[in-house]
Design a protein around this ligand. Structure first.
Ligand code: ATP
Length: 355
């Protein structure tokens, strides 16, 4: 277990930047998740930590030591790949022992360590099997045991769950997280799956176009997004754009929306779907209430999404719980939507514009 620091790490191929000035500070024992759309630079960043990508600029430090120019096998990091990358002709135990042989650990010592690692992932009874004789979830756990067997300072997980079916993914998620907490091992995981990121992380890093957009807790990202990209990527938001004067945002569609802050100039607010009320009458409990027409209804069991058009330019999505006896609006119905001024969030990029 060790602190991991990235200081201005960039990687470019020609004039294309896969990662641009990535600076991160991961505390000992912390579980950090890199989250972002495909191609945003998550894997490049993870590989720079592991040593498979040599940064064009910047520094990687593990436990205070500069490892930027060290090859992967000289850094004490354990890496789990999306496709497990197990050797098909080696048994489970031999797969786990492989890294120890590379590190010249004695045979007797290796046998004990392999057993311990397999016990950690509850596979000590399957050491003699070949990978093809295991389920996907079991293969994934072998890969995890192989990464943990030499007690790495930092555990790196590259989309480790994306080959598993949804039910198994949930189980393995909990398993990895509790193992990580029990061992107190500093961990960085890459995923593009929001739910996975939110359920596993201590802190999250949202990336796009090679850059870090925001680092923070689940709540920071959801309730205080740094910019429009984060507000749209983490959870869902309806965006309302317009001109702010005092505490009122006037949209091109003619809505006058009361907000909780006073800002001057062009602005955009993000509105979370669960903060929007929908009814057949004007919403008297909220300062903002507008009539609209239902454009789309999506029934998701416990929750219902209702897309409501408020003007040619303005649309909001409401998410309402599916209570006993709930009456679902139909497409084309006239409804009223409302929300409190505090529910419309200004991404932090508007900070400093108060007026
Ligand atoms: P995904 O979720 O799809 O794996 P990612 O966020 O992990 O995406 P990276 O693999 O880090 O993205 O890639 C970031 C960008 O850098 C992509 O546009 C990719 O095409 C580009 N890239 C990565 N490796 C190379 C390379 N060796 N040469 C040129 N471009 C590369």
């Amino acid at each position: 277990m060790a602190r991991l620091e990235l200081d201005g790490v960039s990687k470019h191929y020609g004039d294309f930047y896969a990662a641009r000035e990535v600076t991160l500070d991961v505390a000992e024992g912390e579980f950090l998740v890199l989250l972002g759309p495909s191609g945003c630079g998550k894997t490049t960043t993870l590989r720079a930590i592991a040593g498979f990508v040599e940064p064009s600029a910047g520094t990687v430090r593990i436990g205070g030591k500069d490892v930027t120019r060290l090859p992967p096998w000289k850094r004490n990091t354990g890496l789990v790949f999306q496709n497990y990358a197990l050797f098909p002709h080696l048994t489970v135990a031999q797969n786990v022992a492989f890294g120890l042989e590379m590190r010249k650990v004695s045979k007797a010592d290796a046998a004990t360590k392999v057993n311990e690692a397999l016990r950690l992932v509850r596979l000590d009874h399957l050491g003699d099997r070949l990978p093809r004789q295991l389920s996907g979830g079991q293969q994934q756990r072998v890969a995890l045991a192989r990464a943990l067997v030499f007690r790495p300072d930092v555990l790196l997980l590259d989309e480790p769950l994306s080959n598993l079916d949804a039910k198994l993914r949930n189980e393995v998620r909990v398993e990895i997280r509790s193992l990580q907490q029990r061992l107190g091992i500093t961990t960085v995981m890459v995923t593009h799956d929001q739910e996975e990121a939110l359920t596993m992380a201590d802190r999250l890093v949202v990336m796009s176009e090679g850059k870090v957009r925001q680092v923070g807790s689940q709540r920071d990202l959801y309730e205080r997004p740094a910019d429009r990209f984060v507000a749209g990527f983490v959870g869902r938001s309806s965006f309302l754009e317009g001109h702010m004067s005092g505490d009122t945002l006037t949209t091109p569609g003619g809505l006058a929306i009361k907000c909780a802050r006073k800002i001057a100039g062009e602005a955009v607010v993000a509105l979370r779907p669960e903060r929007v009320f929908v009814g057949t009458e004007p919403v008297t409990t909220a300062d903002n209430s507008f009539p609209g027409e239902v454009e789309f209804v999506s029934y998701m069991g416990g929750l219902i999404d209702i897309h409501v058009r408020l003007s040619e330019h303005d649309q909001v999505i409401a998410q309402v719980p599916n209570h006993d006896g709930s009456v679902l609006p139909a497409v084309g119905d006239r409804v009223h939507v409302g929300w409190a001024p505090t529910s419309a969030v200004f991404p932090a990029e508007h900070n400093g514009m108060d007026g």
